[in-house]
Every structure is written in structure tokens, then in C-alpha cells.
Design a protein. Structure first.
Length: 213
């Protein structure tokens, strides 16, 4: 072995293990749903609304828990916790529902699409994940879990009148038909922030198993 090769490999492995990655746990969306979200964005996007920052539909997902920065070496441990949380949860059906906003559509800060369907199962899964991750020293969520898909954010400094006009446009959107989301797996995702927006990468996935009869 040439001189210096082994220390270099050892150092690379150590850097990988100690690398901090921004991560979260989510249900990924099918392509058909992303297409519907892209259409909704096209219907609502206006050149005069430069104060609105839209989320790339390809990157939209249903977040179950945001973890923040974690060491890369913890990915396996977190995946096992997700497996335990999902042990008794079978695949379930969700669907996109109405448009909404935080704090409200009259003065929106965040525009989102609500989630309907088997919400009880979704809530149980999210609570299971929260409990399992607490054993790994991740703080439990203080606010009630409200499942939604973020479409856009209104930039700080936007006037109340601009917010109201954007909210009125959103309220006029035709988005009454439901769009199905079959939840069959839970993903541990990495989020890399760039000037052009976030880049999402799946680190691991845990499938939901149908109950045997």
C-alpha cells in the first residue's frame, strides 16, 4: 500500500460519520399529485406578486417531523426508530383537500393545501414517530400536528393590502376535487439549502406493511 493512503481513507470515513445533515421525516407524494400542485401554482402565480416565494412542486412532501441537523452516522439509528413507529401501521389513504393559510387567508404568511382521508391513522403514525424519536433525545412537538403541504410563503415586509389581494386570489381558486395519496412508506429525507432552493434526497425509507388476515 502506498504511503499515506490508509490515513486518507480513515480521515474520509471519519468526516462522513461526523458530517451534519439537515433532515426530516416525511411521506413522499406521487407524481400525479405533484402535477396537480404544479397546475395550482400556475393558476395562482402572478408577475405582480413578486412578494410570493413559491415552493417547487417537485420538492413538496408531507412532513411528519423536522429533525434539524443530525450527524450522518445517526441515519441508521433514526431509520430503526421509524421502523418501530410504523410497526403496527398499515398502508393508508390520504387526499388533498382545501386551500388554507397561516395565520389565515385574509393575511397569509404561508399558503398550503390541507390533507384529508384517513387522518386518524396519519396522526397515530406521527405520534408514534414523535415518541420513538424522543428516546433519541429529539424534542417532542409542542404544537398539535396539522398535516398540510406548503405551496408558497409571503416574504417579510409585504404590505397588508398585498397579502389580502393574494389571499383573495387563493380563495377564488378552483381546487375542489380530491387528489389521492396512498401512504405506503415513510422516508427519512435530507434537505440541502442552496441559493436556487432546497435540494431533497432520500436517505432511507420504511415501508408500511399490510396486516395479515
Amino acid at each position: 500500500m502506498p504511503s499515506g493512503c490508509y490515513p486518507k481513507l480513515k480521515g474520509a470515513k471519519l468526516a462522513r460519520n461526523t458530517e451534519q445533515i439537515r433532515s426530516f421525516i416525511a411521506i413522499e407524494l406521487p407524481g400525479e399529485v405533484k402535477s396537480q400542485l404544479a397546475k395550482l401554482r400556475r393558476d395562482l402565480e402572478r408577475t405582480e406578486h413578486r412578494f410570493v416565494k413559491w415552493v417547487d412542486p417537485e420538492g413538496i412532501h408531507l412532513t411528519l417531523k423536522f429533525l434539524g441537523n443530525i450527524p450522518f452516522k445517526q441515519v441508521t439509528e433514526i431509520t430503526k426508530a421509524i421502523e418501530e413507529a410504523a410497526r403496527d401501521v398499515p398502508p393508508f389513504h390520504l387526499e388533498l383537500s382545501v386551500l388554507g393559510a397561516f395565520p389565515n387567508l385574509k393575511q397569509p404568511n404561508v399558503l398550503w393545501v390541507g390533507i384529508g382521508g384517513e387522518i386518524d391513522t396519519l396522526l397515530r403514525l406521527q405520534q408514534n414517530i414523535d415518541s420513538e424519536l424522543a428516546s433519541l433525545d429529539f424534542a417532542k412537538e409542542e404544537r398539535p400536528f396539522m398535516p398540510h403541504l406548503t405551496l408558497a410563503r409571503v416574504r417579510q415586509g409585504t404590505s397588508p393590502m398585498e397579502r389580502r389581494n393574494f389571499g383573495e386570489l387563493a380563495m377564488s381558486a378552483e381546487f375542489g376535487a380530491s387528489h389521492p395519496v396512498d401512504a405506503k412508506a415513510i422516508s427519512l429525507m435530507r434537505s440541502q439549502l442552496t441559493p436556487d432552493g432546497a435540494i431533497y434526497t432520500r436517505l432511507s425509507a420504511v415501508g408500511l406493511q399490510a396486516k395479515k388476515i
